[in-house]
Design a protein around this ligand. Structure first.
Ligand code: TRP
Ligand code: ZN
Length: 317
């Protein structure tokens, strides 16, 4: 939707204008941004994010109704995301592991360039439970991280830091894929990760707006974005051990992320500030067969996807 922090874009426009004046030239291509100029984060088209969800739903439907670890629907989901990233110029890596006697996969996508001594990561789990298609949990995060990565490519974004996006396998079995990834990093490569941003359930049908309160700088970045939208947030307090940021946090990596709620009930106070239905779960279809494309709040998906892109742009510059 709309750009929230207009000061950021204005400052960039001023820098570009100043560059133009300094060079005294308006001929040829637009001048490269001056060092230190921060390119404005894009408004991610929510229709694109939803198109990825439609594809993930079709994949589940064609594969016994789910995209769970060790099932054909998981690998088909991974192949869909990987093909988009490869076509956009990413360097993709599939990391294979075994859990509960079945083969699992993480997908890691590196955007060429940036300081590989400072890596900013954003990730989401791509597996569903066996009960259903897992469109809010966690097609929503997977689609938004994918669309952010594609927006990086479309913008020809050249951040100071190196960008790495990840889609984790077997989160639903206890964060197996993300833990495998963190454990397989050398100490040196682990130390190069300046931050990990996690997106697990960001389109809940009766949404809340929760920001992880782990690293203060990451938390502030997300909160600034929602302040610009005029949307109040709450701190996410129950999730420390419940999603893929946990292995990173345990390894000493600064983490943050967004969450729109799972099986907990929305309180009257929360419904008063966010709308929706008090006394009802944020996601009544959590881990159920009804977690389909119908189980998404478009406004929450749109806001959280835009916040994701804003954080990636801001924290990598
Ligand atoms: N990780 C959980 C799942 O995939 C969802 C979840 C529940 C969650 N509570 C959370 C995610 C808090 C992040 C934060 O089923
Ligand atoms: Zn889940």
């Amino acid at each position: 939707m709309k750009l929230p922090v207009s000061g950021r874009a204005t400052a960039t426009a001023v820098v570009a204008a100043a560059t133009l004046l300094a060079t005294g030239s308006i001929a040829g291509a637009a001048p490269a941004p001056e060092a230190g100029a921060i390119a404005a984060a894009p408004d991610l088209p929510v229709a694109n994010v939803k198109a990825h969800l439609t594809q993930l739903q079709s994949i589940a439907t064609a594969n016994g109704g789910n995209r769970a670890h060790g099932r054909t629907g998981y690998k088909a989901s991974l192949d869909y995301v990987k093909a988009k990233l490869d076509a956009a110029g990413y360097t993709t890596t599939i990391q294979q592991f075994t859990s509960s006697g079945r083969t699992g996969y993480n997908l890691v996508a590196d955007w060429p360039g940036g300081d590989t001594g400072q890596v900013l990561m954003a990730g989401s789990h791509l597996d569903s439970v066996t009960a259903g298609a897992g469109i809010n949990d966690n097609g929503s995060g997977s689609a938004a991280v994918l669309e952010t990565a594609l927006a990086v490519s479309r913008a020809g974004f050249h951040p100071t830091k190196h960008l790495r996006f990840a889609w984790w396998g077997a989160e639903e079995l206890g964060m197996v894929g993300s833990r495998y990834y963190v454990n397989s990093l050398s100490a040196a490569n682990r130390a190069r990760i300046s931050g990990y941003l996690n997106f697990d359930m960001i389109g809940s049908p009766n949404p809340g707006y929760f920001v992880y309160d782990d690293d203060p700088a990451i938390e502030k970045t997300f909160k600034d974005y929602f302040t610009g939208l005029g949307v109040p947030t709450e701190i996410e307090t129950e999730g420390d051990g419940r999603s893929d940021h946990a292995p990173f946090k345990n390894a000493g990596v600064p983490v943050g992320g967004l969450f729109s709620g799972a099986d907990y009930l929305k309180t009257a106070a929360q419904a008063a500030k966010w709308g929706g239905t008090a006394g009802r779960a944020f996601d009544r279809c959590y881990h159920s067969s009804c977690d389909t494309t119908a189980n998404i709040n478009d406004t929450a998906l749109d806001r959280n996807a835009d916040a994701l892109a804003y954080a990636v742009w801001t924290l990598s510059s």
